[in-house]
Write a protein that binds this ligand. Structure first.
Ligand code: GLC
Length: 429
């Protein structure tokens, strides 16, 4: 089957993930229904009172854009089953809460008009649907009558619902650039004994993919449908990916997703927020290994990005304003360029420019091992020249004194006033 065209995706490199739903109200993790084993009757209180009166999709879109993000992926439904969109297959949706609107429609219109590409996250898991069988991660997993309850559940009916909803999402909102299905957890050697999970049979993944590709042939599909080779990109989650990802030795397209603080949904009391500095390094590090970053925001129950989020997005945007050409269109540098100490390299194969991201500012000199390839170098933040000279250094090897010649970049003593300074290198033809 034809796959999606990842050309724009590997160019754009940086997107916004949005986890939003009624779990923003308990404000203590989007898995709260699972963690606290909350039954529907109790969880319903959030549905009853969901009223994001400050939600302004255009403001969100502007913030994403100013941060330098080029696409956005929003949770149309998360594991709790609540739908932000107006689905005709359920009553459990935003239009039936005090919000009274299709929030996905507003998101799509606003982000599209800012020129951002549109992605839909859709949870395969559904802890609200009456036919989704109780398994090892279901909020009712410890219910004394779970076997009995499961007898009245018919997973096939849920699978049909899932397919119907994905069809709606890919039919009613125009061109969708990404579909992000989440996630499969079949039994396997890494699972505890007695694990009851779900995978490709439960979702009828084969047919789901066929439908997705036939409705939106250009769409990019992630890799969480438990099908080995029908995806367009891999999705390592909240980890520091050590090297470019490959499958059977071949490089593949990948997108790391990360949170600001650990939780995806709005979490009021979590204190483990990453700094702007860490987030910028994260983005650079990922691009230097040929990946994308999908950075998550968890808007509040009233529909806003909180101040911690705004501060991060603004800080990243400040840096991106002057350094985005070291990110867009860039990837891992060719092997002939050795990464200098405390640095990361990115490279734009079209413009043939190399970018040295300096994570730790050295004293005056940066030695590089780029052969004779440098034509001109400048600091990217202000376009000021960085002189490049060959310098002879005295060196003692096996007790013998010798001179070694190193290409040296002459840096200002003071670190430029940006999070991560970047040197743009114009290479000789
Ligand atoms: C996990 C979590 C989920 C989150 C997702 C993002 O699969 O279940 O809460 O939406 O990762 O990658």
């Amino acid at each position: 089957m034809e796959k999606g065209d990842t050309k724009w995706f590997v160019h754009d490199r940086f997107g916004m993930f949005i986890h939003w739903g009624i779990y923003a109200m308990p404000a203590r993790h989007e898995w709260v229904k699972h963690h606290e084993e909350i039954p529907d009757e109790k969880y319903d209180i959030y549905f009853k009172h969901f009223n994001p009166d400050l939600f302004n999709a255009s403001e969100w879109a502007r913030m994403a854009k100013q941060a330098g993000m080029k696409y956005a992926v929003i949770t149309t439904k998360h594991h709790d089953g609540f739908c932000l969109f107006d689905s005709k297959y359920t009553d459990y949706k935003a239009t039936n809460t005090p919000a009274k609107r299709d929030l996905i429609r507003e998101f799509v219109d606003a982000f599209r008009s800012e020129g951002l590409k549109i992605g839909f996250y859709y949870s395969l898991i559904d802890w609200h649907h009456p036919h989704f069988t109780i398994d090892s991660i279901h909020p009712l997993r410890n219910h004394p009558d779970k076997e009995k309850l499961n007898k009245s559940r018919d997973m096939k009916k849920y699978t049909e619902y899932l397919h119907n909803q994905v069809r709606e999402l890919l039919t009613n909102y125009g061109k969708i650039d990404i579909i992000w299905c989440d996630f499969s957890y079949p039994a396997g050697p890494k699972r505890p004994a007695g694990w009851i999970g779900k995978g490709r049979q439960d979702w009828d993944s084969e047919n789901l993919v066929k439908m997705i590709r036939s409705l939106q042939p250009h769409i990019l599909l992630n890799n969480r449908l438990d099908l080995p080779d029908q995806w367009d990109f891999l999705t390592p989650e909240q980890i520091d990916v050590p090297e470019p990802l490959t499958v059977e030795g071949q490089p593949v397209v990948w997108e790391a997703c990360h949170t600001f603080s650990g939780s995806w949904g709005y979490h009021r009391d979590q204190e483990s927020w990453k700094s702007v500095d860490v987030l910028i390094r994260m983005l650079i590090d990922i691009v230097s290994k040929g990946g994308n970053l999908l950075l998550n925001v968890g808007p509040t129950g009233r529909g806003e990005f909180d101040n911690r989020t705004i501060e991060r997005l603004t800080g990243i945007g400040e840096w991106m304003k002057r350094h985005s050409r070291a990110i867009y269109g860039c990837t891992k540098a060719p092997d002939e360029f050795k990464t200098p100490k405390d640095c990361r390299l990115t490279y734009n194969p079209e413009t043939k420019r190399l970018y040295i991201h300096i994570f730790s500012w050295p004293f005056r000199f940066l030695q590089v091992d780029f052969g004779d390839r440098i034509e001109y170098a400048q600091l990217l933040n202000d376009g000021s020249e960085i002189p490049v000279k060959k310098v002879e250094y005295p060196y003692v090897r096996s007790g013998k004194e010798e001179e070694i010649v190193m290409t040296t970049l002459f840096l200002p003593v003071k670190k430029p006033d940006v999070c991560v300074p970047v040197i743009e290198v114009f290479l000789k033809e």
